[in-house]
Design a protein around this ligand. Structure first.
Ligand SMILES: [Zn+2]
Length: 124
């Protein structure tokens, strides 16, 4: 059983939440910025509509923000209080990681948002 066969694995690997086989995004690499948000209209494997309605992914921005803030605060606390790294350096490290991770976080939150609405055995 592959990692992407589980619901969590499908979100982490940005696979279609229904079939968990096909990629949700046209290009696998999230760091090609002009193709970062490109998605096919339908899943090439099962035909699930990947954008059920216009503006569907606005909600994923809130998810992305919440995940980014929570993980950054947690990571900052671990660096600053756990490892005793000076506040300024801990902030710079966390800010750098957020910048580097934001293209992936963008995709992760879209995959998570869609998976919250998709019943594996029915259309939305
Ligand atoms: Zn599919």
């Amino acid at each position: 059983m592959a990692f992407s066969d589980s619901a969590f694995g499908a979100v982490v690997t940005c696979k279609c939440p229904r079939c968990r086989k096909a990629d949700m995004f046209t290009n696998k690499n999230p760091y090609i910025f002009n193709e970062m948000a490109k998605m096919p209209k339908h899943c090439p494997n099962c035909g699930l509509k990947l954008e059920p309605e216009t503006g569907f992914y606005y909600g994923s921005m809130y998810l992305s923000y919440a995940i980014g803030v929570f993980s950054s605060l947690l990571f900052f606390a671990i660096l600053n209080f756990g490892f005793g790294i000076q506040t300024t350096y801990a902030f710079i490290i966390v800010a750098g990681l957020w910048l580097l991770g934001s293209p992936y976080l963008f995709r992760f939150s879209r995959a998570l948002w869609l998976s919250l609405y998709v019943n594996r055995h029915r259309d939305i």
